[in-house]
Design a protein around this ligand. Structure first.
Ligand code: FMN
Length: 208
């Protein structure tokens, strides 16, 4: 029997049941229809401190992520990422980029690099991309304009890369704040389902 694909969604929206979370739910539901096992983590529910830039997590070489001096939920989050075959990284666009919540998470990914003092640039601890990722973003502005003027998908893609995941699709929801309780459009739901199926169709990292 095939090992089910294990998909982890990390959500950086400030609103439970907002546009982003509902789009992620659609992706995960369609992935489950195809046999995947899914889990969704809202960063709102986690204790995540700001990186203090002490760089102690970047000093020791090796494949293991560097150990952070901060005692919060980041280490457990990274362990969940390690167990996943595929990721969904999701954030609204705020002030042209990911939310501060998602940015806090992304800054803490510095531990995925080896960057000892005296060297000019970080090196990824793990070569290659063994996972796959889907990105989800939303904006009040029309999608084409938001993508042109903001960098939310670029930030999410770079986070996926740091976590060893190749981005296989993006769902960008423009005009996401036309109403206080906005429904997802049929097109968005359709695209979310396609992406869920695509994520579930891959091989489990434990099989390859
Ligand atoms: C503080 C703040 C800043 C925002 N900045 C932008 C922006 O720069 N461009 C934009 O198109 N929408 C912006 N928005 C609108 C959000 O992107 C939109 O409400 C969000 O995508 C909806 O996602 P949610 O339902 O998951 O909260 C901003 C919203 C907030 C609260």
């Amino acid at each position: 029997m095939n090992t089910p694909i294990n998909i982890l969604a990390i959500v950086g929206s400030y609103r439970k049941a907002g546009i982003i979370e509902r789009a992620v739910d659609e992706i995960l539901a369609s992935a489950r229809e195809r046999g995947a096992v899914t889990r969704k983590i809202s960063l709102l529910d986690k204790r995540l401190a700001f990186c203090t830039n002490c760089r102690s997590c970047t000093q020791v070489a090796g494949e293991n992520y560097g150990v952070c001096i901060l005692d919060d939920d980041m280490d457990a989050l990274l362990q969940e990422v390690d167990r996943a075959d595929a990721l969904v990284l999701a954030s609204p666009m705020n002030a042209g980029t990911v939310t501060a919540l998602m940015k806090t998470f992304i800054e803490r990914l510095v531990c995925t690099a080896y960057w000892p003092w005296g060297t000019p640039a970080p090196k990824a601890r793990r070569a290659g991309k063994s996972k796959r990722a889907v990105l989800v973003a939303s904006s009040a502005a029309p999608g084409f304009l938001a993508r042109l003027t903001g960098d939310v998908t670029k930030r999410l893609k770079s986070a996926a890369t740091m976590l060893g995941a190749e981005t296989i699709g993006t769902l960008f929801i423009g005009l996401a704040a036309q109403q206080q309780h906005q429904e997802l459009s049929k097109t968005t739901i359709q695209k979310a389902h396609q992406l869920g199926h695509k994520l579930a169709a891959g091989k489990s990292a434990r099989e390859s």
